[in-house]
Design a binder for this molecule. Structure first.
Ligand code: FE2
Length: 374
């Protein structure tokens, strides 16, 4: 676990991040999980590394849609750190990898500012060039790789070979980019983790929601959104005390530690995207039937919303001072009730669907009750 050191030197400028390069999943069966992301989410296979390409300990599939890149890795031996991670957490996100232009400077700055180094800067080189990388610890067993791929001209990184698999057929999904990546942390530790991102990475707070704003009869949470002022947007949740077990507590019980709760993917046309995803077999959270009466009242000033399609597809709507947004949440995509996706279309709004949290939680709690964990 990364702890912020009290002797951090904040006179050193924080690492400069060029955005999220990729998210790496550590899963029990990389071939099938990568297949799921391609068949159901419309990702395209880009590259592969494994024993056939000179990487004897793991299989990694690199997938892309728009600018969103996932690496999906699985262990080939029981001693593998991936196998250990899967035993403890189930399938999940191991790495939120940041692009940097100077890995050594970024790593030194992160450590000087109180971060915990997991892997000092090192080069991977082959005939296509060099990738330099290092890694910093964050919540739970999650890490931030700091990555410079600017001097590499092959498919992704050494040992990766271009995939020759055709993408599965299906209606186009239209995911364009990553919107935000949400972490769940333990009760009482939200402030410390917000402080970690402020201190180590120089992030600032974009928004905060307390448990008064985000609660139902059973469930409550507090959430603070930290960001680098550009494209790296990372909300962090901690459970708050409700009458029964909150969905954040359920996540922590099953994941075993803090970790990534959901990944929000952006689209320019959520109706078309959700139609395509449903046709491809993705399952979404149900929405309480009365939700749309309330939503139509909240969004009364926005003209031309396709209410019939939104209701048919269970797409949620929210607004803030800057505009509105449309969003939908999938069921958890892992066996343990842990990780899920959000699909989001922003029409000016910079929020995260605060007005929908209650509706979402009521839907989540119905699913939780069916599993006997409420
Ligand atoms: Fe979200």
């Amino acid at each position: 676990m990364a702890l912020v050191h009290h002797d951090a030197d904040l006179s050193i400028a924080p690492p400069r991040l060029g955005g999220v390069d990729h998210l790496e999943w550590w899963v029990g069966n990389a071939r099938t999980f990568a297949g799921f992301l391609c068949s159901v989410f419309g990702f395209e296979p880009v590259a592969y590394a494994g024993p056939e390409t000179g990487r004897p300990d793991r299989a990694s599939y690199l997938l892309r849609q728009g600018t969103v890149t996932f690496m999906v890795s699985g262990a080939l031996h029981p001693e593998s750190p991936i196998a250990d991670h899967v035993r403890r957490h189930g399938d999940g996100i191991r790495d939120i990898a940041f692009l940097v232009d100077d890995v050594d400077a970024a790593y030194d700055a992160a450590l000087a500012r109180g971060g915990t180094g997991l892997r000092p800067p090192a080069d991977d080189t082959d005939g296509h060039g060099t990738v330099r990388h290092a890694a910093i610890a964050t919540y739970g067993d999650t890490v931030h790789t700091l990555l410079d791929r600017s001097r590499y001209h092959g498919p992704f990184a050494p040992t990766f070979e271009r995939s020759d698999l055709p993408p599965p057929a299906g209606p186009p999904v239209g995911i364009t980019r990553l919107d935000h990546v949400v972490g769940n942390v333990e009760l009482g530790s939200l402030e410390r983790w917000v402080g970690f991102y402020e201190q180590v990475f120089g992030f600032s707070q974009l928004l905060h929601f307390d448990d008064e704003q985000i609660s139902t009869e059973y469930s409550a949470l507090m959430s603070t959104v930290v960001w680098n002022g550009e494209t790296v947007v990372m909300p962090i949740n901690e459970p708050a005390t409700g009458r029964r077990k909150s969905q954040i507590e359920e996540y922590l019980d099953f994941y075993g530690t803090p970790g990534v709760q959901h990944i929000a993917l952006r689209t320019d046309d959520i109706v078309a995207t959700v139609r395509a995803l449903r046709a491809r077999g993705l399952r979404f959270m149900a929405v309480p039937s009365a939700y749309y009466d309330d939503a139509k009242a909240r969004l009364a000033e926005v003209e031309g919303l396709p209410w019939a399609a939104l209701e048919e597809l269970a797409i949620l709507v929210d607004r803030d001072l800057d505009g509105y947004l449309l969003q939908i949440f999938t069921e958890t995509v892992t066996d343990r009730p842990t990780v899920f996706f959000e699909i989001i279309q922003r029409e000016g709004a910079k929020g995260f669907g605060e007005g929908n949290f209650k509706a979402l939680f009521e839907a989540i709690e119905r699913a939780q009750a069916r599993r006997g964990n409420l």
